[in-house]
Design a binder for this molecule. Structure first.
Ligand code: FAD
Length: 455
């Protein structure tokens, strides 16, 4: 009777506690991934995410084959697919690494209960966060709503465990004929007509091996300057590890310990700053754990009364396509479309522009990012959109409205970044801004007054 490993947001063989536990049982191991776009409320990855997932699954399948096993792909509603799998394989055990979203937790809980009721061992593991959400609490036992004391409390907690190696061997299990397996191509995760993924192919090589190379390159070449340079979008100074962490090609434990090893001398402060950014990821996930509707519902409910004006679809389209006539915004939106990521500083500016200059509901922006980011993440994306909107945990105050022109002058003074993505900038072909920045700022502040009055 086999042990099943159910892969989800943890597409790696090293430091994978669920895989490790299965290999330890001495049983044949069946590794599965379930593509589920049928469970209502479970948010399927957007277009760029699906592109990444396709390639990362292909890479995981190769790694598992090298270890002596294989990756079996199944498709359908997770709960019934796993129930059938356990039955058809007569599994003795099923293992997985935890997820933290509301629907995901409900599914996992129900799979666990059903498996145990059928006499199958079911166990879940902490793998994708440094600190489990229920372990980091204020003195009153409540979750933190402010980042600085949150991270201080994390740093005071027991150090994250050391990452484990990949198993030396995983004994493969046979797959019963009766099981309705699918191929990667059957899942249809890649764009066909039009094939818009050329920029992603040029920019990225998904998979665990490339993820480790990227981590090592960042730590040896760029970590030292991270603190100084991380806000400058024209310099490749940040780690670009976000899709690796999103899809679990790397665990945060691997990132944490590899960084700590470099935290010496001149690099010490930069390393701590870098780890505190990884800390924002932890904070976003802990916030998702407490607020499962993070992508749709304002954490601060008084923002429900925000008087969003009637949507101008042409303004939303101009923003999506990087044609707003505001150079830093257009550069960011074009970088996003081409590469599937955008520099953090520019994410803040483009989000602020959508919400506070175009007065478009943050959920529209969140959805666009969800569809176009290769790192589109159930916690980080919604958390940061709410942060910019002012409605989120430890959010930027609403009245702090980024001026995209001042931001450009400060963070891209030579225009390196803007010119890379908007070559026609500074020529007569480049349009005037679609809105007046000062006027729309005033309109946003007036709308914010409505929220204030509703408190
Ligand atoms: P680095 O500066 O090298 O940071 C290292 C890691 O720390 C990142 O890979 C990421 O995992 C984490 N991190 C850094 N900044 C943040 C942050 N503000 N919040 C949470 N985690 C952080 N990040 C995503 O991973 N997925 C998203 O969908 C996402 N959507 C965003 C939407 C908006 C509107 C904004 C303002 C930010 C968003 N971010 C998101 C956060 C941040 O912009 C990216 O994590 C970062 O730009 C990724 O680049 P990097 O890996 O080079 O980051």
């Amino acid at each position: 009777r086999p042990a099943i490993v159910w892969f989800r947001d943890d597409l790696r063989v090293a430091d994978n506690p669920a895989l490790h536990a299965a290999a330890q049982t001495g049983r044949p191991v069946l590794c599965v991934f379930v593509w589920d776009d049928e469970t209502p409320e479970l948010r399927a990855p957007g277009g760029a995410g699906r592109w990444w997932l396709h390639h990362s699954l292909a890479s995981l399948a190769e790694s598992l084959e090298r270890l002596g096993s294989r990756l079996v792909l199944l498709s359908g509603p997770s709960e019934s697919v796993i129930a059938t799998l356990l039955r058809e394989t007569d599994a003795a055990a099923i293992f997985w690494n935890r997820r933290y979203g509301g629907v995901e937790r409900r599914i996992d809980e129900s799979v666990k209960t059903a498996a145990r009721a059928a006499g199958v061992e079911a166990a879940s593991f902490a793998a994708n966060l440094l600190f489990e959400p229920w372990t980091i609490r204020t003195g009153q036992g409540t979750p933190f709503s402010v980042y600085t004391p949150f991270w201080r409390s994390c740093l005071a907690a027991a150090a994250p465990r050391r990452p484990g190696p990949a198993p030396r061997e995983v004994q493969g299990a046979s797959v019963p004929q009766s099981l309705d397996t699918v191929t990667l191509d059957d899942l249809g995760l890649l764009p066909t007509r039009p094939d818009w993924a050329g920029g992603l192919r040029e920019t990225w090589e998904p998979g665990e091996k490339a993820a480790h190379e990227q981590l090592q390159r960042f730590l040896s070449d760029d970590l030292g300057d991270y603190r100084e340079q991380r806000d400058v979008p024209g310099v490749d100074a940040t780690s670009r590890l976000s899709p690796r962490l999103r899809w679990g090609e790397l665990s945060p434990h691997q990132v944490w310990h590899a960084t700590i090893e470099k935290r010496r001398g001149a690099t010490a402060e930069s390393a701590s700053t870098f780890l505190s950014e990884v800390g924002w990821r932890e904070f976003a996930y802990h916030t998702l754990f407490e607020h499962p509707d993070l992508a749709t519902v304002n954490i601060h409910r008084e923002y429900d009364s925000f008087p969003w004006p009637r949507l101008h679809p042409s303004a939303l389209r101009a923003w999506e396509q990087g044609r707003t006539g505001v150079p830093l915004v257009d550069a960011g939106m074009r970088e996003l479309w081409r590469t599937g990521v955008m520099h953090n500083r520019v994410r803040m500016v483009t989000a602020s522009f959508l919400i506070k200059n175009l007065l478009i509901d943050w959920r529209r922006g969140e959805q666009w990012f969800w569809d176009t980011l290769v790192d589109a993440d159930p916690a980080n994306n919604a958390f940061n959109w709410q942060w910019v909107a002012g409605s989120g945990a430890d959010a930027a105050p609403y009245f702090r409205i980024f001026n995209p022109e001042l931001q450009r002058k400060k963070f891209d003074p030579q225009g390196d970044y803007v010119r890379r993505w908007v070559p026609e900038w500074d020529t007569p072909d480049y349009p005037e801004p679609i809105v007046d920045l000062a006027e729309t700022r005033q309109a946003a502040l007036a709308a914010y007054d409505v929220v204030k009055r509703s408190r």
